[in-house]
Design a protein around this ligand. Structure first.
Ligand code: HEM
Length: 399
């Protein structure tokens, strides 16, 4: 794709052209549902002007099954756009299937290398940390539960994890990578969900929004993924040079852009991301009936493989990475012996693994098997392990 190669040639200076954008966190987050909301102008009031009307018309016109089959073979960033789809849909894809002008190929390459070097921690944190956190983000839990995919939550959850996986692939943003396509498919799925869920009596009975998945909601989810993982890696004292931190942020900024969030609302620095996260994510975390069911299904995923640990250990690990408060909300049964082990042995495991201590903890192999098995679990669930078979829903969950 010559567009992609042209973008690869973009200089750092062009990439930094974004630096003038303002950080909007305070504008919409200071009171939880916010100044921006009160004015009707913040990201809580932004959905997706390009994709939403298009997908409403594709769904109403009955074109979605054809699009789903046409785009099954559209996988790599440099694959030709799917043929045999309505002209408006093809025109939309042509318009959005590009990296933003500010995407910095050097940072994206560094992010990919960082993701490779850190993949085991990333799988664990995205899978157990962000994955379970998503179940205590009420809007996300309710919309995921009541959309079509909610009826098979294990499958749906696994597909969502593979978003992180595709993002983490070496060359994810290169012409031969897959992330630009995965993100564009996800954007289209979200647009379809915005048309479908408001037709669900179940969703309408529990929601506080008229239309789901606003730009603000997407930023909340970004914080539960990128911002959270960044913070945990620092908390765990895993060596994280600032160039890696910047690259990791940059890859998420591009991802959030590709999901349709306007650039001016994307945090520019980790400090800004942390500030926004403290305002828009932390205060809204709370259990819901849907989220509790979703969490149980997610943790049940692990019964399909031998993680080398008990369910009690798993529950305690979730408590360790998220908090006892979240563990209590989700009714995760206590296993105090595992809790004590994790508290002392996990930091020792990291120190040894990172070459920061010569002492190999006796429990090294327990943790080692655990994180490797978790990584395998998420990889295996991602179909071939190399791509996310994302399909656009045509209906909601029935009941
Ligand atoms: C679908 C990722 C934000 C609700 C998906 C899919 C992915 C994804 C990869 C496709 C999975 C599949 O094929 O089933 C993300 C990422 C986000 C984000 C990376 C932000 C960084 C949100 C938010 C909400 C949401 C904020 C709701 C508040 C949904 C729903 C579906 C979906 C309901 C459709 C599931 C179905 O097929 O029924 N998302 N998402 N997502 N997402 Fe998101």
């Amino acid at each position: 794709m010559d567009n992609l190669s042209r973008r690869k040639a973009l200089s750092l200076g062009v990439a930094l052209g974004l630096a003038g954008a303002t950080i909007p966190a305070r504008a919409w987050a200071s009171t939880g549902s916010a100044t921006g909301a009160a004015a009707g102008t913040g990201p809580e009031w932004i959905w997706d002007a390009a994709a939403d009307p298009l997908m409403a018309s594709m769904l109403d016109g009955g074109h979605v099954p054809a699009i789903n089959s046409a785009w099954a073979s559209w996988v790599n960033n440099n694959d030709p756009l799917p043929g045999g789809v309505p002209a408006e849909f093809a025109a939309y894809l042509r318009q959005v299937n590009v990296l933003p002008t500010w995407a910095d190929p050097v940072k994206l390459a560094r992010a990919a290398d960082f993701n490779r070097r850190r993949d085991t921690y990333l799988f664990m944190l995205y899978g157990l940390g962000s994955g379970i956190m998503s179940t205590v983000i009420p809007r996300e839990a309710r919309s995921v539960y009541w959309s079509a995919g909610g009826a098979n939550m294990q499958d749906r959850a696994a597909k969502t994890f593979t978003f992180g996986y595709d993002l983490s692939q070496l060359g994810a943003f290169e012409p031969t990578g897959q992330f630009v396509v995965t993100a564009n498919k996800t954007r289209v799925v979200h647009a379809a969900v915005r048309h479908l869920l408001p037709q669900s009596p179940h969703w309408k009975a529990v929601t506080d929004e008229t239309t789901p998945i606003s730009a603000a909601d997407i930023l909340v989810t970004f914080h539960s993924l990128g911002t959270y993982v960044h913070r945990k890696l620092l908390d765990w004292k895993i060596p994280f040079p600032s160039a890696d931190q910047e690259a990791f942020l940059h890859s998420w900024q591009v991802a959030v852009h590709l999901l349709g969030v306007p650039d001016e609302h994307i945090p520019q620095t980790w400090a800004a991301a942390e500030q926004q996260s403290a305002q828009v994510l932390t205060p809204i975390l709370t259990p819901t009936t849907e989220g509790i069911a979703l969490a149980e299904d997610l943790l049940g995923l692990t019964a399909q493989v031998d993680l080398g640990v008990t369910r009690g250990f798993l529950n305690e690990f979730v408590r360790y990475v998220l908090s006892d408060e979240v563990g209590n909300w989700l009714g995760l049964t206590r296993d105090y012996a595992s809790a004590a082990l994790i508290r002392t042995a996990w930091p020792a495991y990291i120190l040894f693994r990172e070459g920061l201590s010569p002492v190999m903890p006796g429990t090294f192999y327990v943790f080692d098997q655990f994180i490797r098995a978790l990584a395998m679990l998420f990889l295996n669930k991602g179909s071939s392990g190399t791509t996310t078979p994302i399909t656009i829903p045509t209906a909601n969950r029935a009941a």
